[in-house]
Design a protein around this ligand. Structure first.
Ligand code: ZN
Length: 114
């Protein structure tokens, strides 16, 4: 029988973990054997099978670190990805469909409307 001891973080009270249910509730019992249902995220295992949880740390997943902030992609390259490329009719340099002038040969690709 595996014993799992948990500490209830908000109160620092220690319990024996009995079981869990969905969603995220853990059944624990106190020193008197009284059962409590506590939110799993408020519990932290500190002892498993008679050993401090630190003993298992090396084989466990590291604590979830906050999601890394996504590196903002430079807008220009994003736009570049979205717009299909066309070959310049004169020099065949790949140019965006909305490019007005070929950067290579200077050919006007889109005539100003107005
Ligand atoms: Zn060109």
């Amino acid at each position: 029988m595996t014993t799992i001891l948990v500490v209830h973080l908000p109160t620092s009270r220690k319990f024996l973990l009995i079981g869990a249910s969905t969603p995220g509730l853990a059944a624990v019992c106190d020193a008197e054997g009284a059962m409590h249902w506590l939110p799993a995220e408020e519990l932290k295992v500190f002892e498993y099978d008679g050993r401090p949880i630190e003993r298992y740390r090396y084989m466990l997943e590291p604590a979830a670190s906050p999601a890394p902030t996504p590196t903002p992609t430079p807008k220009s390259s994003e736009v570049w990805e979205d717009v299909p490329l066309e070959a310049c009719p004169a020099c065949e340099t790949p140019v965006r469909q909305d490019t007005r002038e070929c950067p290579s040969c200077g050919l006007t690709l889109i005539l100003e409307q107005d």
